[in-house]
Design a binder for this molecule. Structure first.
Ligand code: A3P
Length: 302
């Protein structure tokens, strides 16, 4: 276990080849024991700070479109709820609870998110899994800022960026090593393309319209040509955009119903390349080298 500097309490625990915040380990184990996936389930699999909030909003909008969840309607649940309250994380929001939640009455398709390795989940062979990854420098930077904000909320001492970076490079980060997760998602998407979709945050930023449509196709609810021509996809892109979501009252001022932390903490800058404002050139070189060694043999680039 890696000790936390200020309290000497274990911050991370190593379990089944991954690092977890020690405080959430029981939720991880409980998910493995009690989550029974249904073939129609949709799982959103991410490494923390890779755009989970965004992916939840997108998948929720795609799956629930029509009726009150249409992008243009005033009573769309995304206007008054954090994406985290609409799509719970299995191991953090659902399974740490007692008693274990009964999810059998949820109407299909049930939408869940997870940071767990998909190989460690009882995912039914025919579940659809959307994996979203982000370049490691921005993922790390986002995580470091997030952790420090959470610590301010919890009034704990902040960890230095050098210390956190060294841990990240050594594979110690929440649900890490980062490379193991990305490679697992990548390989699974190559092996089971009908069930596992691999997406990059940077590609979503670059071509949201294209990737919203691809995700809808993958999830079995493609946008008909007329919907696209009528601007439905564009409306959805706008609804889920960083600028729109981060300026909603619910995401500016309220605590999450199930996370209990301020919703605003999940919105910072939403940029590609913000890491250069935080990392030294030596840090960037170190991470770039690791990424190249880990990813290029499999043809993956960030
Ligand atoms: P930054 O800290 O770089 O700004 P997660 O949702 O996995 O916790 O990831 C959080 C990161 O996604 C943060 O990145 C946050 O600003 C960004 N983010 C949140 N909502 C977004 C959106 N709708 N579009 C793009 N990025 C978003």
């Amino acid at each position: 276990m890696a000790p936390s500097r200020d309290t000497c309490q274990p911050l991370f625990a190593f379990y089944q080849g991954s690092w977890y915040y020690a405080r959430i380990l029981h939720g991880v184990i409980s998910t493995q024991q009690h989550f029974h996936p249904h073939p129609a389930d949709i799982l959103l699999a991410t490494i923390p700070k890779s755009g989970t909030t965004w992916l939840k909003a997108i998948a929720y909008s795609i799956v629930n479109r029509g009726g009150k969840s249409s992008a243009g309607t005033g009573d769309n649940p995304l206007l008054t709820n954090s994406p985290h309250d609409l799509v719970p994380l299995l191991e953090i929001n659902l399974y740490p609870g007692k008693p274990v939640p009964d999810l059998t009455s949820m109407p299909p398709p049930r939408l869940f998110a997870t940071h767990l390795p998909i190989s460690k989940l009882p995912v039914a062979a025919c579940c659809k899994v959307v994996c979203l990854c982000r370049n490691p420098k921005d993922t790390f930077t986002s995580e470091w800022n997030f952790t420090n904000k959470l610590k301010v909320v919890g009034e704990e001492e902040a960890i230095s960026i050098e210390e956190a970076f060294d841990m990240f490079c050594n594979g110690i980060n929440a649900f890490g090593p980062y490379w193991d997760r990305v490679l697992e998602y990548w390989k699974a998407s190559l092996e089971r393309p009908g069930n596992i979709m691999f997406l990059k945050y940077e590609d979503l930023i670059d071509q949201p319209h294209h990737h919203f449509k691809k995700m809808a196709e993958f999830l079995g609810c493609p946008f008909p040509k007329e919907e696209d021509a009528n601007g439905v996809v564009d409306e959805m892109v706008k609804l889920c955009s960083f600028d729109h979501l981060s300026n909603l009252q619910v995401n500016k001022s309220m605590n999450g119903k199930i996370s209990g932390v301020p919703n605003s903490i999940f919105f910072r800058r939403g940029n590609v390349g913000d890491s250069k404002n935080f990392l030294s050139s030596g840090m960037i070189d170190r991470l770039d080298r690791i990424v190249k060694d880990q990813f290029s043999p499999l043809g993956l680039e960030f």
